[in-house]
Design a protein around this ligand. Structure first.
Ligand SMILES: N[C@@H](CCC(=O)N[C@@H](CS)C(=O)NCC(=O)O)C(=O)O
Length: 256
């Protein structure tokens, strides 16, 4: 089952929440924004963003070329995971995905930021993957594919990317192990939080899901797998964790 994406030219004049998504692939920033909104039972109109495309109309409407972009009524467009999470909390219902305990909240925000924020695990993994085509093609990419410049690719960045990504993933692994030792199956404290959802969605970059539950386009699957291998794979606890979250709090197969 695929999602029905509305073109930006139509969506910009619609009311309510419009959510630009990298269409037809399990792009984790987009998938996680959807997962958070779905869990909070917030409806939205999926809007088409073309991966690596110029996305002129989206850019003119929202000021952003990439995804996700959440536009609620006539409010300013939101693109960061934390602002989209806060919007979901404001518009949605059910238990909060943000811990009420201050220390847990700080830990959750810091941890998610390390995993998916700028210069975090996924950011560096992406730099690594963009460079996997070799320096010559990557140099060409800097001129022809907006993702290279937008996501900080350079030969120098690529050289450091693997170690930076590894360090963060190792930190997350030891954090998860200490949670299990404390008897909790959740990433933060003893309840479901946004950290569980982000990890599940982004875990595809640690290990892809089987084709029957996630029909990733072949090229993208290869690139995700090679990226993960390049930093030495991941501890099984990270995969057990995401499988458990999918089983208990999210649903499969993934649709996109
Ligand atoms: N705005 C996000 C980052 C979004 C992002 O990295 N999006 C990527 C991954 S889904 C994307 O749109 N890629 C396709 C493209 O750049 O065309 C943030 O600040 O956390």
């Amino acid at each position: 089952m695929t999602l029905e994406y509305i073109e930006p030219i139509v969506a910009r004049d619609m009311p309510g929440l419009r959510l630009a998504l990298t269409a037809h692939m399990p792009a984790p920033y987009s998938m996680s924004a959807r997962a958070i909104l779905d869990l909070k039972k917030v409806g939205y109109v999926p809007v088409n963003q073309v991966a690596a495309g110029a996305n002129e109309v989206l850019q003119a409407w929202t000021g952003h070329r990439n995804a996700p972009v959440a536009v609620y009524e006539n409010e300013a467009p939101r693109t960061g995971w934390l602002e989209i999470l806060h919007l979901a909390e404001r518009l949605g219902k059910g238990p909060s995905l943000i811990p009420s305990d201050l220390r847990e909240r700080m830990l959750m925000i810091g941890l998610i930021n390390e995993l998916i924020g700028e210069d975090g695990w996924i950011w560096n993994l992406r730099v690594l993957m963009l460079g996997m085509v070799g320096p010559e093609r990557a140099a060409k990419g800097l001129k022809t594919n907006p993702m290279y410049a937008q996501y900080g690719y350079s030969e120098a960045a690529q050289k450091q990317a693997g170690a930076k990504a590894r360090e963060i993933l190792d930190m997350f692994t030891s954090h998860l192990k200490s949670q299990r030792d404390r008897g909790s199956h959740y990433v933060i404290g003893e309840a479901l939080s946004a950290a569980d959802i982000y990890w599940a969605c982004f875990s595809l970059l640690a290990k892809t899901l089987p084709a029957d539950v996630c029909a990733i386009p072949a090229g993208l699957r290869k690139s995700y797998d090679l990226g993960s291998e390049a930093i030495g794979g991941c501890d099984p606890i990270l995969i057990e964790q995401r499988d458990w979250v999918f089983e208990n709090h999210l649903s499969l197969p993934m649709t996109f």
